[in-house]
Ligand binder design. Structure first.
Ligand code: GRG
Length: 294
């Protein structure tokens, strides 16, 4: 680890942005759709998932080029999910990352189609990736579909919507987050380890690490909605309390949520150690996730 974690994140972000710009250039996409896609792809996302994938891969291999297409495919799926999550039929949000949401900037039909395009294009990118063997492509395409599909992120989204009208237990809340946000995070870690040729045993422990990391990400998201800085977050805070949403602070209180986060951190570190991967950026990213302010 020659770079500090901040340098690693900064450099990873730049690498991902360049790769995203390159892949969109020269594509024959109708102008309005292109504008809508790039508006959300370059709206200031933190690129956490691709950075996690790079960190996981780099724990076992230094040939970063091998995972770049997989990393941007993942970011595209994440971006699609946010565009659709903001739609009137879902969260009906006007702002994301301090900017108008896609359907507010363009219109609803364009936003839906931009999401559809990002989702489908991500699979095209992996299928055409010359860096991967056919076996690796199949693995990545199948895993990406699984984590984002009806047993993954989409399942989490519907459970979350249903949960809005009833109170849920901590176990149910964990299930929703494991699916809705955790699965893409899990993909980043496990696919990075797989492509880096980590052993099956290491992948098993890293899967567990990723599970807790996903929950840490979500508790912190909920905590930020209570005590976060709206300027840094690019959105107003307090909406979860107002909407009586099932969140960690609403369920456990603010201190309870912080204590729960600490429990997840301890479990995550144990798994990282079991994978013999604690001397890596993954440990520092765990702290970054837990303490992030936006
Ligand atoms: C529409 C199928 C479908 C799924 C949407 C992930 C998701 C499912 C909705 C997002 C809802 C949300 C805001 C959850 C809180 C946690 C979260 C995923 C925040 C956004 O991720 P960041 O902080 O986003 O990594 P940036 O803006 O940095 O890319």
């Amino acid at each position: 680890m020659s770079k500090s974690i901040d340098q690693f994140i900064e450099q990873g972000k730049k690498t991902i942005e360049t790769e995203l710009e390159t892949i969109l250039e020269g594509k024959n996409i109708p102008k309005n759709l292109y504008d809508s896609i790039s508006y959300s792809l370059f709206a200031g996302g933190k690129r956490l998932r691709p950075i996690l994938l790079l960190a996981s891969f780099n724990t076992f291999s230094s040939h970063t080029k091998k995972v770049l297409k997989t990393a941007i495919a993942l970011e595209m799926i994440h971006t699609y999910s946010l565009i659709h999550d903001d739609l009137p039929a879902m969260d009906d949000d006007d702002y994301r990352r301090g900017k108008l949401t896609n359907h507010r900037k363009f219109d609803e039909a364009t936003a839906i189609l931009a999401g559809d395009a990002l989702l489908t294009y991500s699979f095209e990118i992996v299928a055409e990736d010359d860096e991967l063997t056919d076996k690796e492509k199949t693995y990545i395409i199948q895993s990406l579909a699984k984590v984002s599909g009806p047993e993954g992120m989409v399942a989490g989204q519907i459970l979350d919507i249903e949960g809005e009208t009833k109170s849920v237990s901590l176990t149910e809340l964990e299930k929703i987050h494991e699916l809705k946000t955790g699965k893409l995070i899990m993909f980043a870690i496990v696919a990075g380890a797989y492509l880096g040729e980590a052993s099956t045993e290491q992948q098993k422990h890293l899967r567990k690490f990723a599970y807790y990391l996903g929950l840490i990400f979500q508790v912190q998201d909920d905590i930020l909605d209570v005590i976060g800085d709206p300027e840094k977050l690019g959105k107003p805070v307090g909406s979860d309390i107002e909407n009586e949403k099932s969140t960690y602070p609403n369920l456990l209180g603010l201190d309870g949520a912080k204590a729960q986060k600490k429990k997840y951190e301890e479990e995550a570190i144990k798994s990282l150690q079991a994978a013999n991967a604690d001397d890596s950026y993954l440990l520092e990213l765990l702290r970054y996730f837990s303490q992030r302010d936006h």
